[in-house]
Design a binder for this molecule. Structure first.
Ligand code: AHR
Length: 679
């Protein structure tokens, strides 16, 4: 930091210079905390002249949402009940009802599953034979409980809507309660009572519970003290407070929005493929009333989903976060089996129907299903991906071409993504984009900054839909990993004439069932944090649609990567410099911005943001969610010619506000008191 004496001297020089009619006397100014011998080791030359630079695609940075690690079921989808229709054990009986369990002692109750549900696609229902009555039952009654996804986050004052289907041979008197994890404390409770005639057939019952206490590991209990048989099916408990009432958990939703994603690729990944086709996701089973969705076991990530977050909800999500949806569908290929091209038409029709569901008018066959779900007008859908990571499989190419031709014929404007890598060889089939996935070490990814430098400038554009540092370097989300990724992203930004879209993978992990490591957003029922990789993505939020400025790094820069963009926000113009210092020593970087009018940089409003930590393997955690997060501070000075300090193992950005000649001068010892002088 500059001491007071230096400030006073500088101020005097400036005032003197001003009086002489020229106040921009400094040729090289320290923006931040340059060390006492600020001899720059490297120079970043930036051409900011008007009209120079190249537009960065509007879509460059987005997100990839895969149903992995309970990202949706037990995550973004706010449904609190897990296995709501008792189908998770399969369609046969006896069925495993996990995680449902019996409240207290088993002796006064007998619980079994049968196939008596009124829902054709999910016939399993739960039957409770209550053997006690108000005299003999334990005081709280007997029944079953559901702990949700490793505990329900019930919060005092919040409301929860519980819906369930019930049938009985007699009158019913059921308590629907939210309780602590062992049932000892009741947070909210309502009664459902009905006469035998009312519930002799399956009947839907709903109650709204208002919580009188908070517990992040609560459970839902259905109990009674009435002797008799009672059947239960399709039990849902939803917080009333979800994003716009659309069913998305608010805190996780906000983390996504804060990345400012321009697209969202969904719902997988391997989730779309399946280990076997019989278990692959079929979108038609995820639409319509939630009670009628059969759910399915995703055999790659090995968990059951009730598919509350289905085809419709994904399009709603894309719209709510303001991102273009990119739908990935199964192309008749799983990890272990394939449909041969001669028999692929049903899969092609399924894909066409899925597009019609999103885009068709409300009178079309599938558009009408969407309309019945509450959405008359179409959703936007301009991109689809034919399969995931199966280029080279026996029937990939043949199947792909049938899909491609059929989709282009029906929807010529839809952009199609092939999952063969076209970055080093031309594709042998038509495509608008090719998919590129990379999971590697931090140093490899750092050096892949150059990956697309030599890619042909003709042909389809790259969609880097999955990238991340993995393995030892990554820990469970280290600073080191994020620095490799930051350098790679700067490389993508520089090559954004051939790379049009990029997204990190995976986005979410519920720590109770980590199926893939590392991930960008870590959560449990009540807490969440971003890994350093998440925060790196936030540095790029303004890049999509910005202008890439030509920049050159000179000097000993083997562990440095840097770039410059110009962008607008609220009618103001900024230049953003970004730099990764992958090395273990601090570097002074001189920045020479050419092509600007004199005095166009404005100090107030200019800022630096630095992501670093004392140890390169440092991570965030539930107990220290902000150990490795970007730190923002105002720049003390900004000029066309300046020196910045890049701390060891760091990612920094410098936002320089371009405006008419206003320079902010400190006028007292306290840097918070500033005076603006218009020159
Ligand atoms: O992102 C995790 C997995 O990595 C994806 O499902 C798959 O596409 C890739 O192998």
């Amino acid at each position: 930091m500059m001491d007071m004496e230096s400030w006073k001297l500088l101020r005097s020089i400036c005032i003197l210079s001003f009086l002489l009619g020229s106040c921009f006397v400094y040729q090289s100014l320290r923006v931040v905390d340059a060390q006492e011998d600020p001899k720059p080791a490297v120079t970043l030359q930036v051409d900011a002249s008007n009209g120079a630079g190249r537009p960065i695609p509007e879509t460059l940075f987005g997100i990839f949402f895969e149903e992995i690690n309970h990202a949706g079921a037990g995550g973004l989808w706010a449904e609190l009940v897990s296995n709501r229709g008792f189908e998770a054990g399969g369609q046969n009986i006896p069925s495993n009802i996990w995680p449902w369990s019996i409240v207290g002692d088993h002796s006064p109750i007998y619980v079994a599953t049968d196939r008596s549900s009124c829902f054709e696609r999910n016939k399993i229902a739960l039957r409770m034979d209550v053997l006690c009555d108000s005299q003999g039952c334990p005081s709280g009654g007997v029944g079953v409980y559901n702990p949700g996804y490793w505990g329900m986050n019930i919060q005092e004052g919040k409301k929860y809507k519980v819906a369930l289907y019930v049938r009985s041979t007699g009158d019913i008197d059921l308590s629907v309660s939210l309780t602590s994890s062992n049932g000892s404390r009741t947070l909210a409770s309502e009664k459902i009572t009905a006469s035998a005639s009312d519930v002799s057939k399956w009947t839907k019952k709903e109650v709204t519970l208002e919580a009188k206490g908070t517990d992040p590991s609560a459970r839902l209990q259905l109990t009674t003290t009435k002797k008799g048989s009672i059947w239960i099916d399709q039990v849902s408990a939803m917080p009333v407070d979800t994003y716009k009432g659309h069913g998305f958990r608010n805190d996780l939703f906000q983390m996504m929005v804060d990345i400012k994603p321009r697209f969202i690729r969904f719902p997988g990944g391997c989730f779309v493929e399946g280990e076997w086709l019989s278990n692959a996701l079929r979108w038609k089973e995820t639409v319509g009333p939630w009670e009628e969705r059969p759910g399915h076991f995703g055999d790659v990530w090995k968990y059951w989903t009730d598919d509350g977050l289905g085809h419709y909800e994904f399009f709603q999500l894309a719209e709510d976060i303001g991102a273009a949806p990119i739908w990935v569908f199964n192309n008749g290929i799983s990890h272990n089996d394939e449909v041969e091209t001669a028999s692929i038409m049903p899969f092609v029709q399924e894909a066409l129907d899925g597009i019609e569901f999103a885009r068709g008018d409300a009178n079309s066959t599938w558009g009408s299903v969407r309309a019945k779900m509450g959405r008359q007008g179409p959703f936007e859908l301009k991109y689809v991906a034919i399969g995931n990571e199966d280029c080279g499989k026996t029937y990939y190419r043949g199947n792909y071409i049938v899909f491609y031709d059929a989709i282009k014929k029906a929807y010529p404007d839809i952009k199609i993504i092939s999952n063969c890598d076209g970055s080093s060889h031309p594709l042998d089939h038509p495509a608008d984009y090719y998919d590129f996935h990379i999971y590697t070490s931090a140093s490899n990814l750092f050096s892949m900054y150059h990956q697309f430098d030599r890619t042909s400038r003709n042909g389809p554009k790259a969609f880097v839909s999955e990238y991340a540092v993995t393995g030892k370097d990554a820990g469970t989300g280290s600073l080191l990993a994020s620095l490799g990724e930051a350098a790679f992203l700067i490389g993508l930004e520089k090559n954004s004439d051939v790379v049009e879209m990029a997204s990190y993978a995976p986005l979410f992990v519920n720590t109770n069932d980590r199926r893939w490591n590392p991930d960008a957003i870590v959560f449990n029922s009540s807490h969440l944090y971003g890994t350093p990789s998440y925060w790196v993505q936030r540095f790029f939020a303004e890049s999509s649609g910005a202008t890439l400025l030509t920049s050159t790094l000179k000097g000993n820069s083997s562990s440095l990567v840097a770039s410059a963009i110009s962008w607008k926000n609220n009618g103001k113009d900024y230049i953003r410099l970004k730099a990764v210092n992958f090395g273990a020593t601090s570097v002074n970087m001189k920045v020479l911005v050419t092509g600007l009018d004199p005095n166009v940089m404005k100090v107030s409003g200019s800022k630096k943001t630095v992501l670093t930590s004392t140890n390169v393997m440092d991570e965030n955690s539930f107990s220290q969610p902000e150990k490795v997060v970007p730190h923002e501070s105002l720049l003390e000075m900004a000029e066309e010619d300046l020196t910045v300090v890049l701390p060891p193992h760091s990612f920094s950005s410098f936002d320089l506000l371009k405006e008419s000649a206003k320079i902010t001068m400190p006028i007292s010892d306290s840097s918070s008191h500033q005076k603006t002088t218009t020159l």
